[in-house]
Structures are given as C-alpha cells and as structure tokens.
Design a binder for this molecule. Structure first.
Ligand code: HSE
Length: 310
C-alpha cells in the first residue's frame, strides 16, 4: 500500500559504482564495485524540489537532476507527486568515466522514491524503469542488485541472472582525467557488424560465464576480449590500446574498457601494483594523468535506510 507523503520523512540510499561490459559482454555484463554515491531524499515543508551538491560538482540543481527524474517516474506511477522534496548528493563515483555514475543516480532516485511511498514496487519493476531511463541494463542492474550480473531481454521484459564473482581477485580501476559521455561513446559504434565479430564476442561471453563458474581465471584474458565496441572506442580514449597491452604484460588476468570509458578495469591476482602502474604509465605516455583505485566487488547493491528526523 502506498504510504502517505508526510513532510519531514527522510531516506538515504547508498548505491555502488559499476563497471559494465567487462570487454566482451557489451550491454550484458556488469559488476558492482565498493565505491559509492549516497542520495538523501527528504520530504520538506518548503515548496519545490531542491538539490544540494558539493560546489565543484557540475550537475543540475533543480528538477532536471537525474535522481529527481528517476524519482518522478516512481511518484507518477503511484499517483503521488510530492510538492516539496530535497535531495542531498554525496558523490564519490567520478562522472562520465565509465563507472556507472548515471546508473547510480537513477537507482538512487528510484529506490529512495519507492521507500518514501511504502516500497510497493519490486526490483523487477525498478529495473524496468531504470533500463528505460538509462537505455541499457548492464550498469543499473548490478547497481541495484550488487555483484556481477548478466542481462538479457525477452521482448520488452528485462531480465538478469547473478554470476559468480571472481574469488580472491583484486580489481584495479584506472581513471583518466578526462570525460567521455556514454552517448558519444555509443555514437562511434557501427550499426552493423560482421558475422565473424558476432561469433567472436558470442564465444567470449560464453567463455566468461564458464570461466567464472569453473574459477578458471586463467581464461579471463580471452573471455574479456572484444570486437564489438572497444576497437571503435579506442579513438576516444588515447592510450587505451597500449594500456590494455601493458596490463597483460604485467600479468593482469583480464583488462577492459570500463563501460563506455575512459576508465579501464583490470582483474589481478598477484601483480596488482604492477598492473596499476602499467596502466597508468601507458596513459602517462599520452600525457594523460590517472587516478588509480584498488577496489573490491560490492555484493549488496543499493542499500536504503529510513532516517530518523530530529
Ligand atoms: N554497455 C554500455 C556501453 C555501458 O558500453 O555503452 C555504458 O556505461
């Protein structure tokens, strides 16, 4: 049953970053990471929807904020649009770097609005709305559910399965100091690809699933190889091709563009520091500085709590 929108209620939702594609699984695979944004949504007494953000963050501070756009979908679906709402965003996921910042905002808005209205929508419905807003399912699904996910659609139905997370594996994320928007990175992809490239990626995604179930991490390098998006996106990410090669030379298990880039994700077992250095050195050779993060998978997904107001 929908909960009345009484003022002064407040919910806080923590949503993980995600790395989509993992190479071969374009618009299919995604992995949640222990790097978070937090969205606090408060039903206030002042009229209007307002946003507080760190001053250096360039995001809309009005109803066009993506968190609000997602929240509005839930409110409209339930027929309850609050006249007054405040959003406070704490941002640790870098914007437009291929780490799921927009998916995090969408999931944050959906989960917060759902909680404020009595949590009537299930995760399948939230994922359908999120995929509609985002345009692809592979970031929003692990952002909501945590872990590593495989997405597919049957007609208009978006579905997913959880995959085993690689055990005892470190995740190196190298984040270049420039942005690539997902729309830009999708605009460089061809509308048609060759049968041989489809077979290449199809076999690699199947190999990825088998390798994860069998813990054959020695197969990840081949499983993460890709011909459907990375070759076309290399022009947008100077140093990408060299960095991937350098990561493998330093004994990474697997290296790929994270989402639509420009960040790279590398899975490592023993050579984590060497792989991180190899990737960022390859970018440095192009005059690009990077931030390096060593992360663990997030297994919880979006996590919301109702706050007690003083
Ligand atoms: N699968 C999407 C893409 C992820 O590669 O365009 C965007 O982060």
């Amino acid at each position: 049953m929908t909960t009345p929108l009484s003022p002064l209620r407040q919910v806080r939702v923590k949503v993980p970053a995600t790395s989509a594609n993992l190479g071969s699984g374009f618009d299919i695979f995604g992995l949640a990471l222990q790097l978070y944004n937090t969205y606090t949504l408060t039903l206030t007494c002042e009229a209007g929807w307002s946003v507080s953000l760190p001053s250096d963050i360039d995001l809309p501070r009005d109803e066009n904020n993506l968190v609000f756009r997602a929240a509005r979908e839930v409110f409209l679906r339930l027929g309850v649009l609050p006249p007054s709402l405040h959003l406070a965003q704490e941002i640790d996921i870098p914007l437009d770097r291929g780490l799921g910042s927009s998916a995090s905002a969408i999931i944050g808005g959906l989960v917060a609005a759902n909680m404020l209205t009595g949590s009537t929508l299930d995760s399948t419905t939230l994922l359908a709305i999120a995929t509609e807003i985002e345009g692809h399912p592979d970031n929003v699904t692990p952002a909501l559910m945590g872990g590593m996910t495989l997405c597919y659609a049957t007609g208009a139905q978006h579905r997913y399965l959880a995959l085993p997370i690689p055990q005892n594996v470190q995740i190196v994320v190298v984040i270049p100091d420039f942005e690539v928007s997902t729309s830009q990175a999708r605009s460089v992809l061809p509308d048609q690809v060759s049968r041989s490239d489809v077979i290449f990626n199809g076999s690699r995604t199947a190999l990825m699933v088998a390798a994860l179930y069998q813990k054959r991490y020695d197969l990840l390098a081949e499983a993460m190889d890709d011909r459907l998006h990375q070759p076309y996106r290399a022009a947008l990410v100077p140093g990408m091709t060299e960095a991937i090669a350098a990561g493998y030379a330093a004994n990474a298990l697997g290296v790929a563009l994270s989402g639509s880039g420009p960040s790279l994700i590398a899975l490592t077992q023993h050579e984590t520091s060497a792989v991180a250095a190899a990737l960022s050195d390859a970018f440095a050779c192009q005059g690009i500085t990077c931030e390096t993060r060593i992360l663990q998978p997030d297994t919880t997904g979006a996590d919301g709590v109702e706050m007690k107001r003083a």
